[in-house]
Design a protein around this ligand. Structure first.
Ligand SMILES: Nc1ncnc2c1ncn2[C@@H]1O[C@H](COP(=O)(O)OP(=O)(O)OP(=O)(O)O)[C@@H](O)[C@H]1O
Ligand SMILES: [Mg+2]
Length: 256
């Protein structure tokens, strides 16, 4: 399968701090790739470099064969790469529908307002917020705001979606619904790169996992390979006993 995203030797420094250090990996079309690692490992920074919020100090990023290393975020989203934010950023005083309309207006296609509204309505149905379209965004629960983040990104009609901890703060029922949504998004032809701390969820959703630690890529592989990698267990969990909890992924139903 063709690579939709190729990250090659990417380094991002903040002064003396190397937040992302010489990281390389790729995502094939149609894949769900999980990006995991301890707090401060550089996961969100890597998203910010990939979508153009920060410029890489070194390395290259290629998306659908185009070099996007120096592209601005608006150009990147126009090419078909959209993302959600770890800390949700709704436009609180706009309705849910208008929030998503903004995403549609600045997406892959140039849409007039009527067309953008139509796309936004469809996406709200898709993420299960159809009945809340007219509410102010500030009135949504945290689970609703996470869905709104996903909806805004989806309204841009991405080929690749970057999800930054969309399961954080959700209860088990909401987690299950969000997992189902991510699967449906992937089944609709969108590739997904997702950061997640919830191990069982990310292990059952992902085709492959990339592990970051202290800015560096520590490991990469199928979920069952990664859970049994002793370096990963030590760096990420600190104590090997936890691997039993991870290993329960073997018993979960995988996507394919
Ligand atoms: N804008 C910035 N300026 C300076 N340092 C930053 C900036 N953004 C991130 N960092 C630092 O870069 C490192 C990586 O942070 P990042 O937010 O990418 O980690 P993360 O893996 O997403 O962690 P978490 O799981 O807690 O979200 C941290 O040491 C962080 O303090
Ligand atoms: Mg983060």
């Amino acid at each position: 399968m063709n690579a939709i995203l190729e990250v090659r030797g990417v380094t991002k420094r903040f002064g003396g701090l190397v937040a992302v250090s010489d990281v390389s990996f790729s995502i094939a079309e149609g894949e769900i790739v999980g990006l995991i690692g301890p707090n401060g490992a550089g996961k969100t920074t890597l998203f910010n470099v990939v979508n153009g919020v920060y410029k890489a100090n070194e390395g290259t990023i290629t998306f659908t064969g185009k070099d996007i290393t120096r592209c601005s975020p608006d150009k990147v989203v126009h090419l078909g790469l959209a993302r959600t934010h770890q800390v949700v950023k709704p436009l609180n005083d706009l309705t849910v529908l208008d929030n998503v309309t903004v995403g549609a207006c600045f997406g892959r296609e140039y849409l007039d307002l009527a067309a953008a509204h139509k796309v936004a309505s469809e996406v709200l149905q898709q993420v299960g917020l159809g009945d809340r379209a007219g509410l102010m965004a500030r009135s949504l629960t945290i689970a609703g705001k996470k869905r709104l983040e996903v909806a805004r990104a989806l309204a841009a009609k991405p080929k690749l979606l970057l999800l930054d901890e969309v399961l954080a703060g959700l209860n088990p029922t909401e987690v299950a619904l969000m997992i189902e949504l991510v699967r449906k998004i992937c089944d609709s032809g969108v590739s997904v790169l997702m950061i997640e701390h919830l191990m069982q969820a990310i292990m059952s959703l992902s085709d492959r996992i990339v592990v970051l630690n202290l800015g560096r890529k520590l490991a990469e592989g199928r979920p069952d390979e990664v859970v049994h990698n002793s370096e990963v267990v030590e760096a990420y969990l600190g104590f090997p006993d936890k691997v039993h909890e991870w290993s329960r992924v073997d018993k979960l139903t995988r996507r394919k």
